[in-house]
Ligand binder design. Structure first.
Ligand code: 3H9
Length: 705
C-alpha cells in the first residue's frame, strides 16, 4: 500500500493497483474549487501512472459528497468547472468506481454518474435536490441520469429533489449494487478488484441506453410538463429541468451538455435561486442562537405534556415520533381519554394510509403514559404546558408545576400570544421557564418559536433548541411581546387586509392576490380553515383595551354573530356546501361587507392585485422592522424563517426581509408614506426602516452584523 501526497482536500492512497481518492472536505465534502482541482489533478495523474489499474472515489466522514459548494454561487467562478471534472472522470481510460455512503447529492451524484461503476452502502441517500435551490443539475446530471435510468425516473428525482434510498437507486439502475461491507472504502476496493478480475473496462454513462424507447421517454417528458402548472406553481427551474430532459432525448450528448449549461446559468442568475439559497442557509443559521453557543442543554429523556387538546396531543405525537417518552396530564379521566384518543387518531390515520404499520404504532404508544395527577410529572426533564390560552389558567398550571417538578426541569408554555414573563412569575424558578410556540398541527408544522423571557437561563434556552433538534423542528429564537415574531407581524398585515376589504376589495380579490404572489392560501381562506370563533373570542377580550385611534373593521364580527365560523360550520367568508373543503364565494358575505362600508361611511374603490400586495407586504415588512428594532427577533433571517416555515410565505421569495431587500427598502418606505395620509395611525414607518434607507443599507447587512 503506497501513500501519495494528498491533493489538498482530496487524498490519494494506493491499495495495490487501485488508486483510492478520498474527498475530505468537512463538514459535507461540498465540491469547492479546491476539491474540484484536487479531483481533476488526481484523475489526470492516474492516467499516466502505469501502476494504477482502477480508481475508487470515496468520501471521508459521514457523506460521499453533498453537492456543489452552495457558498460559491454568486461569486466569480473558479476553474476547473464541475462539468469539466465530471467529463474528465468519465473519459478516464481506467475504470472509475464510485463507492457511496451518506449523502450523495447534486454535484455529488453527478460525480458518481460520471464514474463507470457505482456501489452504495445500504444507508446512502441519493438525490438531485438542485430544484430546491432554484437550480437544475448542472454537471451533466440532466443528460446522464435519463440515459442511465430513463426519463420518467430521472424527472421524478430531478423535479421532486427528494433523497432516494440505496434500495430504490438500485431498482432504478442508478447504482450497480448495494455493498455487503459496512464501509464504503472497503466496498469500493473489493468491487474494483472484482471488476479488474473480470477484465471490465471503463463504461461511460453517456453511452447508456435507457432513452432508446423514444416514445416512452417523450411521454414521460410530456407528462412532467403537463404537471408543472399544478405542482410547481410560480417556480422557474422546474420547466428548465424538463427542457434539459428534452435535450437529453433530442440532442447528442455533448450538445445536450451545452444546453444544460445554458439553462443552468439562467437558473443561477434568477432571483429565485438567490432567495432559495438564502432560505437554505437561514434555516441552518436560526438554530445557532447565542445561548446554543455558550450553554449546554440539560438532559432530555422524560417529557411531559399538560393538556390533551389538539395542541397537547400534536406535541405529544411529535415527541413520540422522535423516540421520546411522554407523560400526558389532563384534569380528569374523560379529558385524558380524549387526549389519548387524539394521539391514537393521528397514528390510525397513518396506518390507514399505509405510512405506519401496527407495530410502529404500538411501539410509539408504549412510550405514552396518561395521568390525571401532576405528580406523574415529577421526574420529567421538560414539561410543555398546552392548556387553554388564558393567562390565569396558565399561571395556575405553572404554580402546580413549580410544586411537583424536579429541580432543573425545564418548564415550557405553549402560548401564541401571552406574556411568558408573567407565566414565569407564577413559579419560584423563572430561570427554568420559557415559551415553546408550536404551530398546528404540531406534529407536522416545522416552525417552533423558542420564546426567551427576561429571566430564562441560557441552558434552559439551549434545552429548547435541543428539543427542536430532536423533534426535527426549525427553531427560531424570539423575545417576549404580544404574538412574538410571527403572530405579532401577522396581526398587522391581517389588519391591512381588513382595511382594504372595508375600503373596497373583496376577500376573494385579496385571497387571489395573495395566492398570485405564491402563498398556498389567502388570509380569508386561512381564517375559514382555522375557525373564526377563536379570533372572535380574542377580539372580545381585547375590546376594552383596543387603541381607539385604530380603525376597527367589524366585518369578521358580523359573520361570527351569524355563527359563520368557516369550514367547520359550512360557511365563513366562503360557502362550503356538503362539507366541501374548497370554498365558493358567497354573495351574502359581499352584501354584509357592503352594509358595513355604508355604516362606516366608506365609498368603496377598486384595488388591483398589485396594490393589494403592495399594501399587504408593506404592512408586513414595516412591522417586521419594528420587531427587529425591539430585539424580539435577533436578525432579519430569523423573521424570514418564521414566515417561510410557519406562515406560508413563498419559499422562492426568500421570506419578507429578503423580499424587501430585493424590492428595495426605499420603495417599501415610499409605499408606506404614500398610504399614510389615508390612515396615518396605521401606516407609521418603522424607525429602523427609515434608518436603513437613510444610510443606504438593507436588511441583509443586519444578518452579517
Ligand atoms: C449542486 O450540486 C449544483 C450542481 O448540480 C451543478 C454545479 C455546476 N455547500 O444541513 P446540515 C453546510 S447544488 C456548502 O446542518 P445535516 C451547511 O450550511 C447543491 N455548504 O447537516 C452546514 O454549515 P454550518 C446540491 C453546505 O447533516 C453544514 O454543511 N446539494 C452544503 O443535517 C452541515 O449541514 C444540496 O442541495 C453545500 N452543498 O445535513 C444538498 N451542504 O455548519 C444540501 C451543507 O456552517 N445539503 N452545507 O451551518 C443538505 O441537504 C444537507 O446539508 C445534508 C446534511 C443532507 C448534506
Amino acid at each position: 500500500m503506497a501513500e501519495h501526497a494528498p491533493h489538498g482536500t482530496v487524498a490519494s492512497q494506493r491499495h495495490d493497483d487501485i488508486l483510492v481518492l478520498t474527498i475530505d472536505h468537512p463538514p459535507v465534502n461540498a465540491l469547492s474549487a479546491d476539491v474540484r482541482r484536487g479531483l481533476a489533478d488526481a484523475i489526470c495523474a492516474a492516467q499516466s501512472d502505469s501502476g494504477v489499474r482502477a480508481i475508487v472515489l470515496t468520501g471521508a466522514g459521514r457523506n460521499f459528497i453533498a453537492g456543489a459548494d452552495i457558498r460559491e454561487f454568486g461569486k466569480s467562478p473558479q476553474p476547473p468547472a464541475l462539468p469539466d471534472v465530471c467529463n474528465a472522470i468519465e473519459a478516464s481510460a481506467k475504470p472509475v468506481i464510485a463507492a457511496l455512503h451518506g449523502a450523495v447529492l447534486g454535484g455529488g451524484l453527478e460525480i458518481a454518474l460520471s464514474a463507470h461503476y457505482r456501489i452504495a452502502l445500504a444507508g446512502a441517500r441519493l438525490g438531485l435536490p438542485e430544484v430546491n435551490l432554484g437550480l437544475l443539475p448542472g454537471a451533466g446530471g440532466t443528460q446522464r441520469t435519463p440515459r442511465l435510468i430513463g426519463a420518467a425516473a430521472a424527472l421524478d428525482i430531478m423535479l421532486s429533489g427528494r433523497h432516494a434510498s440505496a434500495k430504490e437507486a438500485l431498482e432504478w439502475g442508478l447504482v450497480d449494487r448495494i455493498a455487503a461491507e459496512p464501509e464504503a472504502r472497503a466496498a469500493g476496493i473489493a468491487y474494483a478488484q472484482e471488476l479488474l478480475r473480470q477484465g471490465a473496462g471503463p463504461r461511460p454513462t453517456r453511452d447508456a441506453t435507457a432513452l432508446q424507447d423514444r416514445a416512452a421517454a417523450q411521454a414521460a417528458i410530456d407528462a412532467a410538463r403537463a404537471q408543472l402548472q399544478s405542482r410547481q406553481r410560480g417556480l422557474f427551474s422546474p420547466s428548465r429541468i424538463v427542457d434539459a430532459a428534452q435535450a437529453a432525448l433530442d440532442q447528442p450528448f455533448d450538445s445536450g451538455l451545452q444546453t444544460e449549461r445554458a439553462l443552468f446559468l439562467q437558473c443561477l442568475d434568477s432571483p429565485q435561486r438567490a432567495a432559495l439559497v438564502h432560505a437554505f442557509f437561514a434555516e441552518r443559521e436560526t438554530a445557532k442562537a447565542p445561548e446554543t453557543r455558550h450553554a449546554q442543554p440539560r438532559p432530555l429523556l422524560r417529557l411531559g405534556v399538560v393538556g390533551g387538546g389538539t395542541m397537547g396531543a400534536g406535541i405529544a405525537v411529535a415527541m413520540l415520533d422522535a423516540g421520546l417518552s411522554v407523560v400526558m396530564v389532563e384534569q380528569h379521566e374523560e379529558a385524558l381519554a380524549r387526549g389519548r384518543a387524539r394521539v391514537e387518531q393521528v397514528y390510525d390515520l397513518l396506518v390507514a394510509k399505509g405510512r405506519l404499520d401496527a407495530a410502529g404504532k404500538a411501539e410509539r404508544m408504549a412510550r405514552y403514559t396518561g395521568a390525571t395527577q401532576y405528580d406523574a410529572l415529577s421526574d420529567a426533564d421538560l414539561i410543555v404546558e398546552a392548556v387553554f390560552e388564558d393567562l390565569d389558567v396558565k399561571a395556575a398550571v405553572f404554580a402546580e408545576l413549580d410544586r411537583i417538578a424536579k429541580p432543573g426541569a425545564v418548564l415550557a408554555t405553549n402560548t401564541s400570544y401571552l406574556d411568558v414573563d408573567r407565566i414565569a412569575a407564577a413559579t419560584s424558578r423563572p430561570a427554568d421557564v420559557l415559551g415553546l410556540h408550536f404551530f398546528s398541527p404540531a406534529n407536522i408544522m416545522k416552525l417552533l418559536e423558542i420564546v426567551v423571557a427576561g429571566r430564562t437561563s441560557p441552558d434552559a434556552v439551549a434545552t429548547g433548541f435541543e428539543l427542536a433538534r430532536r423533534l426535527r423542528k426549525t427553531p427560531v429564537r424570539a423575545g417576549v411581546c404580544d404574538g412574538f415574531i410571527g403572530n405579532r407581524i401577522l396581526a398587522v398585515y391581517r389588519q391591512a387586509a381588513d382595511l382594504m376589504m372595508e375600503d373596497g376589495a373583496s376577500p376573494y380579490d385579496i385571497d387571489a392576490a395573495v395566492r398570485g404572489f405564491g402563498y398556498p392560501m389567502g388570509p380569508y381562506q386561512v381564517a375559514d380553515l382555522a375557525g373564526g370563533d377563536i379570533g372572535w373570542a380574542t377580539r372580545k377580550r381585547r375590546a376594552a383595551t383596543r387603541d381607539p385611534r385604530l380603525r376597527y373593521v367589524q366585518i369578521a364580527d358580523r359573520l361570527c354573530e351569524r355563527g359563520w365560523f368557516g369550514q367547520k360550520t359550512g360557511r365563513g367568508y366562503y360557502l362550503y356546501p356538503d362539507g366541501a373543503r374548497t370554498g365558493t364565494p358567497d354573495p351574502e358575505v359581499l352584501a354584509i361587507i357592503d352594509a358595513e362600508r355604508q355604516r362606516a361611511g366608506i365609498a368603496p374603490r377598486p384595488f388591483s392585485h398589485e396594490e393589494i400586495m403592495r399594501r399587504y407586504l408593506a404592512a408586513m415588512v414595516n412591522e417586521a422592522a419594528n420587531v427587529l428594532r425591539e430585539g424580539i427577533a435577533l436578525r432579519p433571517l430569523d423573521i424570514d424563517v418564521v414566515f417561510l416555515s410557519g406562515y406560508g410565505f413563498p419559499r422562492y421569495r426568500g421570506g419578507p426581509m429578503h423580499y424587501a431587500d430585493q424590492v428595495g427598502l426605499a420603495r417599501i418606505l415610499a409605499d408606506i408614506r404614500e398610504f399614510a395620509p389615508q390612515d396615518p395611525h396605521f401606516w407609521q414607518p418603522s424607525a429602523l426602516l427609515i434608518e436603513l434607507v437613510e444610510s443606504g443599507r438593507d436588511f441583509a447587512s443586519l444578518n452579517r452584523a
